[in-house]
Design a protein around this ligand. Structure first.
Ligand code: DHB
Length: 389
């Protein structure tokens, strides 16, 4: 075997043929994808890994003459594990960038690490506004909760709702969503009569839902992280809230495309606002959904899957712009202002904030071809985070 390859090499030399560079000499650029693949938030990691892998399968792994290698780590949803993986990926594996981050506390845990190492970190889920301010090396391709919440707050006010109660998971993105809902709903003449918060770790919503029901608001606004949506929505249905005289709305996290079919027909007609629906009608999305399903039998892409896909796009395009230079400062600079057509629609990395600017759609749960989808019927174009713009 060795003899034969030496012979082939010698013959190639003799014939004056260009030699293929030996594999070791071909420079590899590594990206460390820290995903939550076990525990209650595992659905989040599954989606972002599938999205990132699909992007690489479609575009190949050569960018600016470098071979891209994705290293996937499971942080199990625990911030100390996220931080340890980030440190090891930077120090031992010498990654050019990190990506992933399902829950807000996991993203916040790596802020000092990436700042010190000058390593970019592409946020593919975590949605609390403040995160991108915690390090100049954060770039976000997912969303912020205020960005997603304001459109549905405006929509219910326009529909004539006067009173509302909110119920959210008690941590960063929940507080952001609740505050944004109150701000915009009250600006439009409504009144939030109670803001309920349920612990993130123990998804027991029944007492909160009973309280909300007793308050008899026109609207109940909900937010939980997407992997918790099934548990929340089943309890919403069991408490009879979808048939009470209360309009249940939320951000698209509560009807995400991964969980929706499992929640069932009781949520038909439910209104949410969000940046991604598997039912989005563009050619780019139809191709994305078909390829995603083909590569991941039994799965349907949700907003986390598309953010995994777009996060790799941001990295590929940045590396092209730097001509393969992996300096963290240059990569972040190259990501600022990037604009492209994602399966979700047009999106831009805000050059000032490194946060995502994108369309936010108002959607209604409908049945199409035997499956439940969030069908978009209105849009607010190119929304910036309304808190830290
Ligand atoms: C966050 C996580 C989610 O899964 C989600 O749907 C929204 C926000 C977060 O922790 O920031």
């Amino acid at each position: 075997m060795i003899f034969r390859s030496i012979l082939a090499w010698a013959l190639g030399l003799a014939a004056g043929l260009p030699l293929a560079a030996p594999a070791a000499a071909q420079e590899t650029v590594k990206v460390g994808l820290i995903a939550t693949l076990t525990g209650p938030q595992a659905a989040s990691g599954r989606q972002k890994v599938a999205g990132a892998r699909l992007y690489m399968a479609e575009k190949g792994n050569m960018v600016a003459g470098k071979r891209i290698e994705l290293i996937i780590k499971d942080d199990t949803g625990v911030a100390d594990v996220t931080r340890r993986h980030a440190q090891e990926l930077i120090v031992n594996d010498k990654v050019a960038a990190l990506a992933g981050f399902s829950l807000t506390p996991l993203a916040l845990a790596v802020a000092p690490v990436i700042t010190q190492a000058k390593t970019p970190a592409i946020i593919m889920t975590a949605g609390t506004s403040i995160i991108t301010e915690r390090s100049p090396y954060f770039v976000r391709v997912s969303f912020t909760l205020p960005q997603q919440t304001v459109p549905v707050a405006e929509w219910v006010a326009k529909e004539g709702a006067k009173t509302a109660v909110s119920l959210v998971s008690d941590y960063g993105p929940g507080i952001d969503a609740q505050d944004a809902f109150k701000m915009r709903f009250e600006e439009r003449g409504g009144k939030v009569i109670d803001q309920l918060k349920a612990p993130l770790a123990n998804p027991e919503f029944a007492p909160f839902l009973q309280k909300a029901r007793d308050l008899k608001p026109d609207v109940l606004f909900l937010f939980v992280p997407a992997p918790t949506a099934g548990a929340l929505m089943r309890q919403v249905i069991d408490r009879g809230l979808t048939s009470a005289n209360i309009r249940v709305v939320g951000t698209g996290d509560i009807t995400d495309d991964d969980q929706l079919n499992g929640i069932g027909d009781n949520v038909l007609g439910l209104i949410t606002s969000h940046f991604y629906s598997a039912a989005h009608g563009s050619a780019a999305n139809q191709k994305f959904v078909a390829e995603f399903k083909k590569a991941n039998p039994g799965m349907r892409p949700n907003f986390i899957g598309v953010s995994g896909y777009d996060g790799m796009h941001a990295f590929y395009e940045a590396l092209k712009k730097t001509n393969g230079d992996t300096s963290g400062d240059k990569l972040v600079e190259a990501m600022k202002g990037l604009t492209w057509e994602s399966p979700r629609g047009m999106m831009t990395i805000d050059p000032q904030t490194r946060d995502v600017i994108q369309d936010v759609y108002i959607r209604k749960v409908e049945k199409k071809d035997g499956e439940l989808y969030n069908v978009e019927f209105d849009v607010v174009k190119q929304v910036k985070d309304p808190i830290h713009k």
